[in-house]
Design a protein around this ligand. Structure first.
Ligand code: NAG
Ligand code: NAG
Ligand code: NAG
Length: 203
């Protein structure tokens, strides 16, 4: 795990930045395993033990969070007020206003991957009831030398099982006596063709 490189992110970085090889010496400009772990744990703190002071310390002021999963929660599964496919929190203050008004959320990091130039990727689980929620997050970071954190979270791409989260919130009430049988499903005449595409229909 320590040496894992995210191939896709790395390839994009190589295209965008011809100086990438020079940054790979695990010098000041190259993220270490311990620094990547700190970034991952900083994000966990923002979700599970939030404070505005932590947000100020851990994130860039031009922070952006892209998450249709979060948008689905904000919209309660409807198409507004937050549009799908666009930035969910545009800026640190928007994140603080949104996250700061949420109760703390149980958050356990299951896996972490990282690359020299800063992307940190985690897989996580939130032990909610009745349904456990799992998700993945790609975090782009920026080197910073002005504060205690050497790498600040700049852009987040986060998706998770928002369908079951909406069930946990009571927004969606599943009919579990239908037992996964499309003949018993709630979708009317399309029911025979529904089963394979059910997750998409829920989103
Ligand atoms: C770290 O990077 C600086 C700037 O590129 C360079 O001058 C220095 O020699 C490097 N140190 C090591 C240990 O590679
Ligand atoms: C945290 O920051 C947000 C956004 O600036 C603000 O709305 C909120 O009142 C702040 N919370 C506290 C406890 O200061
Ligand atoms: C749930 O599904 C079962 C089986 O199709 C059906 O008999 C029942 O009416 C449904 N209940 C609700 C509340 O839709």
């Amino acid at each position: 795990m320590r040496s894992t490189i995210i191939a896709a992110a790395f390839a994009v970085g190589a295209l965008a930045s011809p100086t990438l090889m020079a940054k790979r010496d695990c010098n000041d400009t190259c993220m270490t395993f311990d620094q990547a772990t700190a970034v991952a744990n900083n994000f966990k703190t923002l979700i599970s033990d939030y404070s505005n002071a932590s947000a100020d310390a851990f994130m860039t002021t031009d922070f952006q969070d892209y998450s249709d999963s979060v948008t689905s929660l904000i919209d309660s599964g409807c198409t507004g007020p937050q549009p799908l496919g666009s930035v969910t929190f545009d800026g640190l203050e928007a994140f603080k206003a949104g996250q700061g008004s949420q109760p703390n959320i149980p958050f356990e990091i299951l896996n972490m991957w990282y690359a020299c130039t800063g992307p940190v990727v985690i897989r996580w689980r939130s032990a909610q009831t009745p349904n456990v929620i799992t998700g993945n997050i790609v975090m782009e970071t920026e080197r910073d030398t002005t504060g205690a954190e050497p790498w600040l979270i700049k852009t987040v791409y986060s998706e998770f099982n928002s369908g079951h989260w909406l069930v946990n919130l009571g927004v969606f009430v599943p009919n579990c006596t239908a037992d996964g049988n499309p003949a018993n499903g709630p979708t009317g005449s399309a029911k025979r063709s529904v089963k394979r595409s059910l997750p998409m229909r829920m989103m």
